[in-house]
Design a protein around this ligand. Structure first.
Ligand code: ADP
Ligand code: GLC
Length: 484
């Protein structure tokens, strides 16, 4: 029985459109909260990739002008759950990615493209667009950040739905110049320090953080970190001022999609009891990445290739990794300079380092299912999902001690080995020395097959499901609906 309705508004949703972990989370949330009485509807932009995958749909609402361009809100189902799609060809019907053109440059009108999403989402949630009102609007990241502002400044604001703003990444804030404000069709009063104004321009994430009824981020530790300048990236003062509304709820993973016993992307499925299948997956990785076959430790990286992810430090450490007898299979895409550095390392170490530039979901599964350890040297990490997939697949995570990485991986030390609680390795800071040391520790541990297996099994037994977090989100929605 569901008694609470939530509209989840985002720019990505797996499996329709994905550039990172946001899509996985938005895709998984409805299933996570449903057992706790919450009926969640997702709403995303109608990019071509999304429009092509839609089944039966009907028009819920038509705009002659949604911030200047015609648009329709389409209602359909995906995975048996309701999905709303904002079909606005002027904003979304183009080649390229959700945020950037085919050359990788941000779309020139990203502000307007996502203000339109936020406006339409607020209209739907408030019952102004052919759908009955929702109890709660849940806005994800800067792309949905203006939705709480549209609710606060919309008609009938006294009876508006409650709103939740989730920060998946503070590094992307959606900041635009003051000349952009009139395009938003918000009242003049909204352009103030208590509203959408930020450093003289429009701050879309700032607006959401300022005006939402609750703020969440995707791990408890990151919720603490963003109160400091290093992680708050300019919004730390506002976050501190609203900390009574802030909580950290760690992401789970979709354990249907990511189950090593049934994963069709693996050459050989396996379980915690019977890990032997991993060897066949390792062979498949060696072939795919042209690595010299062997039983030595095989590391993987599956990542956006950016400064956030510490990929520059990874490049520095690769000669050392190979010198210690390690090999690396890396899958990623991102900054050109990092890609070039990785190619150079692969050229220096043929058969030891294999690099695949691109986005390949199936290969990501195989790497988790066959590599021995996954390296995640992020400078900051709101939650991180690849360490959770690593835990589930016996691919031991080696992580920087930050954000969700610190919250989800138990470091290996003598006590943790004795109590069988260790699930990976943590290191700090993100430097050549600390990462090199962590890799050396991992290779030494790998040499003790019994201990390594124990770490793998403890990881696989850890709770990375959505159970607790689904309950936490549902409890939050409920508190907002029934204010004390
Ligand atoms: P972020 O969202 O910051 O990139 P996360 O760890 O939360 O980091 O999520 C990344 C998601 O994207 C994971 O599902 C990961 O497997 C996937 N991913 C990242 N890069 C690639 C790639 N090149 N190919 C396939 N999947 C990738
Ligand atoms: C962001 C963060 C990542 C998090 C993901 C999903 O992309 O960088 O840490 O796991 O959102 O919440």
């Amino acid at each position: 029985m569901t008694d609470l309705t939530v509209l989840s508004l985002a720019s990505e949703c797996w499996p329709l459109v994905k550039t990172g972990g946001l899509a996985d989370v938005v895709g998984a949330l409805p299933v996570a909260v449903e057992p706790h009485g919450v009926a969640m509807t997702r709403m995303i932009p109608g990019y071509p990739a999304v429009m092509h995958k839609l089944g039966r749909k009907r028009t819920l609402h038509k705009y002659d002008s949604l911030l200047g361009s015609p648009a329709r809100i389409l209602a359909t189902k995906h995975d048996d759950r309701p999905l709303l799609v904002l079909d606005a060809p002027a904003y979304y019907d183009r080649d390229g990615g959700p945020y950037s053109d085919p050359m990788g440059r941000d779309w020139f009108d990203n502000g307007l493209r996502f203000a339109a999403l936020a406006r339409a989402g607020a209209d739907v949630a408030a019952g102004r667009a052919g759908h009955k009102p929702f109890d709660v609007l849940h806005a994800h990241d800067w792309q949905a950040g203006l939705a709480p502002a549209y609710l606060v400044h919309g008609a009938n604001a006294d009876h508006r739905p409650a709103s939740v703003m989730t920060i998946h990444n503070m590094a992307f804030q959606g900041f635009f110049g003051a000349d952009f404000f009139p395009r938003l069709e918000l009242p003049r009063a909204a352009f103030s320090i208590d509203g959408v104004e930020y450093h003289g321009g429009v701050g879309m994430l700032k607006a959401g953080v300022m005006l939402a009824d609750a703020i969440t981020t995707v791990s408890p530790r990151y919720a603490e970190e963003i109160k400091k300048p290093e992680f708050g990236m300019g919004l730390e003062g506002l976050i501190l001022g609203r900390q009574d509304r802030l909580s950290g709820i760690v992401n789970g993973i979709d354990t249907q999609e990511w189950n090593p016993a049934t994963d069709p992307a693996l050459n050989a499925p396996f379980t915690a009891k019977a890990l032997a299948g991993r060897a066949a997956n390792k062979r498949a990785i060696e072939t795919a990445f042209a690595l010299t076959p062997g039983d030595g430790p095989l590391f993987t990286v599956i990542s956006r290739l950016t400064w956030q992810k510490g990929m520059d430090v990874l490049i520095e450490v690769l000669d050392h990794l190979v010198g210690l007898g390690g090999r690396l299979a890396l899958l990623g895409t991102g900054d050109a300079a990092i890609e070039a550095g990785l190619h150079a390392a692969a050229a220096r170490h043929p058969g030891r380092i294999g690099v695949r530039i691109g986005y390949d979901e199936k290969l990501a599964h195989l790497l988790q299912g066959g590599a021995d350890a996954i390296l995640i040297p992020s400078r900051f990490e709101p939650c991180g999902l690849t360490q959770l997939y690593g835990l589930a697949y016996g691919c031991v995570p080696i992580v920087a001690r930050t954000g969700g990485l610190a919250d989800t991986v138990v470091d290996t030390n003598v006590a943790a080995i004795a109590s069988k609680s260790a699930t990976g390795l943590q290191f700090s800071p993100v430097s050549y020395e600390a990462l090199a040391d962590a890799i050396a520790r991992a290779i030494k541990l790998y040499g003790d097959a019994a201990v390594w297996k124990q770490i793998q099994r403890s990881g696989m037994a850890a709770d990375f499901s959505w159970d607790q977090s689904g309950r936490d989100y549902a409890a939050l929605y409920r508190r907002l609906k029934e204010p004390q």
